[in-house]
Design a binder for this molecule. Structure first.
Ligand code: IPM
Ligand code: MG
Length: 371
């Protein structure tokens, strides 16, 4: 298979984690005789520094002409503390999502037995936790009219949703639930918000077309609590843009580290794959960030190309590193490995150089030489 992939390193730790994914995709290509061709483009603070624009036209062009986009991270502290900044890195990502019509952001939340001790949740509440958040990505308060009055004493952000915007992501979420445990939870604030009442109405109507899927409805404040006290109850969570942003970061602590969670953003055309974490500027350039969120996003990209065996192998390699405590500093602050080392190990596994348990002694040797 021959595929064109647009690569946006972005800001902070974006380049170093994304580079691991590229190396791993190359290893996959070699093992399975595929050809992945990468075109690198700019977005975010990096793009502002180099071109003055957080999303240069060239980047849009390249993405539209690719089969998928692999993206690192966005954001820089110099903009976070400057509310007056006219140009911000995040504008690049928001515009790209809108331009590529990436209306559904899919964020799986999985737990790993070897990382249970890192989760603030008790182990008994973690077993069997496996849910997916379907976050609407191109509407709602993120994209509504934004205003500040002249005196700078009042500001507003409109939250708007249309029926068709709700329908298209709901269909995807229902279909996804059909392939899983057949449960869908709509998270909203229908006791207060008009937009949430429209979401509920539309989802209730669509539920009739998916009789095999059990649907329930939960207010977002309650959902925020349920995700912590009983995360096992969820299968597919469907929600609007802002609620999805918040509960997906919340959910990441269940897994043990924000650095582990991948995402896929899909729509009508080219899809984009990115870890859910931010640019983590304190770690940038230090080779200490966790690359697994990006690597698992690359696995979702392979799934999207329908390369199921390839995606499964990458996930198996990730599981293998975690099981053998080849982990980055966020997971083990004392005995940790570098970003690039984790990447290399996964490449080796994918290239079949680490065939399994019988190489335990080699691994021990490696462990002592790479710290
Ligand atoms: C995310 C991020 C973005 C969002 C930011 C960087 C604009 O938090 O992808 O979750 O809010 O969507
Ligand atoms: Mg977020």
């Amino acid at each position: 298979m021959k595929k064109k992939i647009a690569v946006i390193f972005g800001d902070g730790i974006g380049p170093e984690v994304t580079q691991q994914s590229i190396n791993i995709l190359d290893a996959v290509a070699k093992t399975f005789s595929h050809e992945f061709e990468y075109t690198y483009c700019l977005m975010g603070a990096d793009a502002i520094d180099k071109t003055g624009n957080p999303l240069p036209d060239e980047t849009i062009e390249t993405c539209l002409n690719s089969d998928a986009v692999l993206f690192g991270a966005i954001g820089h502290p110099k903009y976070d503390n400057d509310p007056a900044a006219k140009v911000r890195p995040e504008q690049g990502l928001l515009k790209l999502r809108k331009t590529l019509q990436l209306y559904a952001n899919i964020r799986p939340v999985t737990t790993y037995p070897s990382l249970q001790h890192l989760s603030p949740l008790k182990s008994k509440n973690l077993e069997g936790v496996d849910f997916v958040i379907f976050r609407e990505l191109t509407g709602g308060i993120y994209f509504g009219k934004k205003e500040t009055n002249e005196e700078q004493t009042q500001a507003s952000d409109d939250c708007v949703y249309t029926r068709s915007e709700i329908e298209r992501i709901s269909h995807l979420a229902f279909q996804y639930a059909q392939q899983r445990r057949k449960k869908l939870t709509l998270v909203d604030k229908a006791n207060v918000l008009e937009t949430s009442r429209l979401w509920r109405k539309v989802v209730q109507e669509l539920a009739g077309q998916y009789n095999d899927v059990a649907v329930d409805y939960m207010f977002v404040d309650n959902a925020a609590m349920q995700i912590i006290i009983n995360p096992k109850q969820f299968d597919v969570i469907l929600t609007e843009n802002m609620f999805g942003d918040i509960i997906s970061d919340e959910s990441s602590v269940i897994a043990g580290s924000l650095g582990l969670l991948p995402s896929a953003s899909v729509g009508n055309g080219v899809a984009l794959f990115e870890p859910i974490h931010g640019s983590y500027p304190q770690a940038a350039g230090k080779d200490i960030a966790n690359p697994l969120g990006s690597v698992l996003s690359a696995a979702m990209l392979l799934d999207h190309f329908n390369l199921k065996a390839e995606a499964a192998l990458v996930r198996e390699a990730v599981d293998w590193t975690l099981k053998h405590n080849f982990v980055t500093k966020d997971i083990d602050p004392v005995n940790f490995y570098l970003t690039s080392t984790i990447g290399e190990l996964i490449c080796e596994y994918v290239s079949n150089k680490v065939p399994g348990e019988e190489h335990e002694s080699d691994m021990e040797l490696r462990r002592s030489t790479i710290i």
